[in-house]
Ligand binder design. Structure first.
Ligand code: PLP
Ligand code: COI
Length: 338
C-alpha cells in the first residue's frame, strides 16, 4: 500500500479487506466463506458470551527477502487449536481446513502484508467460538471459526530491547489443573488485572509463578519464559503454561547452535544462577529481559542494562528472524509459502 507507514506500526488492529469464516451446524463443518464485514451476528445466548467457549490462535506471515509470502508453522497452530477446542468441549476444526483458511486470508489481504525490511509483519488471528444458544451450562451445538489478519509492528514499543518484568504473587493466571496449557480467552481475562498492575508500576510484563506453591516459574502473560545458563537453554515445564510454538522453534535453533536444551520445573530461587533471561512468543518473538523484580521483598534480579540484549538471546532472535524472513535456509521445514 502506498504511503503506509510500515516502520511505525504498533501491535494494534488495522481493518483489512477480507476475513474467512466457517460454520459448524448440524454436527458438521461447512465450507470456508470469504467475508468483507468485520461484524459477527449471533444469539445473545451464545455460549462464548456466557460460559467462555472461546479459543484463539496467533501466528504471523512475512514478506521474505525473495518476495515470497512465508507463514510460520501454521500446522502447529492448527493442532493447538484442536486441543484447545477439545478441552473446553467445542467442535474442533479439522487441521487441513485451518491451514487452508490461513493461506486464503493472507493471500486475499496481500496488500496489507508489510514489505521486507520494515520490521513489521502480518499477524493472523484465528478465533473459534460457541455460537449455539444455551442457558444451562452445556457446550453449544453450533460454532463459528473465523480468521482475520492485521499488519503489526513490535509488541513492545522499543522493539528488540530488554524489558523489565515483575512477579505477580497476588493474582493467578491459571489454576494448577486448569486451562493454562490451552489458548482460551479466559486465561487472558484472568491476566488483565495483573497486567494493568504491572504497567502502572512501569513494568512491561508479569511473570507468573506456579499457582499452587509460588515456588516455580510458569510463564509471562503473553509469552513463555526461558533462561540461558552457560551453554544451556532452560525453559519451564508445567501443566499451566501454554506450549509456545516459538519456544519449540527456539529450542531447535539452540540445539542447532550446539547448545544443551532443558525443559523441566524451574525454581524461582534459580534465577540468581542464570546469565540471561527472555520471553518468547509469536507477538513477543524473542524478547530479552533486563530485570525481574519480586515485590514481596523488593529483590531485583538483573541480567543486563535496558539497552543491551544478552549475547545468546540476540543470536537466537537473529536466527529465528532470518528463517522467518527467508534470509536463512529453512532447514526445519517450518515455513509454508503462499
Ligand atoms: N504463552 C502465552 C500465555 C501466550 O499468550 C503466548 C502467545 O501466543 C505464548 C506463550 C507464546 O506462544 P506462541 O509462541 O505459540 O505464540
Ligand atoms: C501471540 O503471541 O500470538 C499472542 O497470542 C499473545 C497476545 C497478543 C495475546
Amino acid at each position: 500500500m502506498e504511503n503506509f507507514d510500515w516502520k511505525n506500526l504498533s501491535f494494534g488492529y488495522v481493518k483489512t479487506d477480507y476475513n474467512i469464516r466457517c460454520y459448524y451446524r448440524d454436527g458438521k463443518w461447512g465450507e470456508l466463506e470469504i467475508h468483507t464485514e468485520e461484524d459477527i451476528t449471533m444469539s445473545m445466548a451464545a455460549t462464548c458470551l456466557h460460559y467462555g467457549q472461546e479459543a484463539f490462535e496467533g501466528l504471523k506471515a512475512f514478506r521474505g527477502k525473495d518476495g515470497d509470502i512465508r507463514i510460520f508453522r501454521p500446522q502447529e497452530n492448527a493442532k493447538r487449536m484442536v486441543s484447545s477446542a477439545e478441552y473446553i468441549e467445542m467442535a474442533p476444526l479439522p487441521e487441513e481446513k485451518f491451514v487452508e483458511a490461513i493461506k486464503k486470508v493472507v493471500k486475499l489481504n496481500e496488500r496489507f502484508l508489510p514489505p521486507y525490511g520494515t520490521g513489521a509483519s502480518m499477524y493472523i488471528r484465528p478465533v473459534l467460538i460457541g455460537t449455539g444458544a444455551r442457558v444451562g451450562v452445556h457446550p453449544a451445538d453450533e460454532y463459528l471459526f473465523c480468521v482475520f489478519v492485521t499488519p503489526v509492528g513490535p509488541y513492545y514499543k522499543n522493539g528488540f530491547k530488554p524489558i523489565d518484568v515483575i512477579v505477580d504473587r497476588g493474582h493467578d493466571r491459571a489454576a494448577p489443573h486448569g486451562t493454562g496449557h490451552i489458548k482460551v480467552g479466559g486465561n487472558y481475562a484472568a491476566s488483565l488485572k495483573s497486567q494493568s498492575w504491572a504497567k502502572k508500576q512501569g513494568y512491561s510484563i508479569v511473570l507468573y509463578l506456579d499457582s499452587a506453591e509460588k515456588k516455580y516459574i510458569d510463564e509471562c502473560g503473553t509469552s513463555n519464559f526461558f533462561a540461558i545458563k552457560g551453554n544451556t537453554y532452560i525453559t519451564p515445564a508445567s501443566h499451566s503454561i501454554l506450549h509456545s510454538i516459538t519456544n519449540l522453534s527456539v529450542m531447535d535453533i539452540a540445539r542447532g547452535m550446539g547448545m544443551e536444551v532443558e525443559c523441566h520445573k524451574v525454581a524461582f530461587s534459580e534465577l540468581d544462577s542464570f546469565d540471561e533471561c527472555g520471553a518468547c512468543g509469536t507477538a513477543a518473538v524473542v524478547t530479552p529481559i533486563s530485570k525481574i523484580v519480586d515485590p514481596i521483598n523488593g529483590k531485583e534480579y538483573i541480567f543486563s542494562d535496558s539497552e543491551t540484549p544478552g549475547r545468546v538471546t540476540e543470536k537466537l532472535y537473529n536466527r529465528l528472524r532470518a528463517i522467518q524472513l527467508g534470509e536463512e535456509e529453512d532447514k526445519f521445514n517450518w515455513i509454508v509459502t503462499v
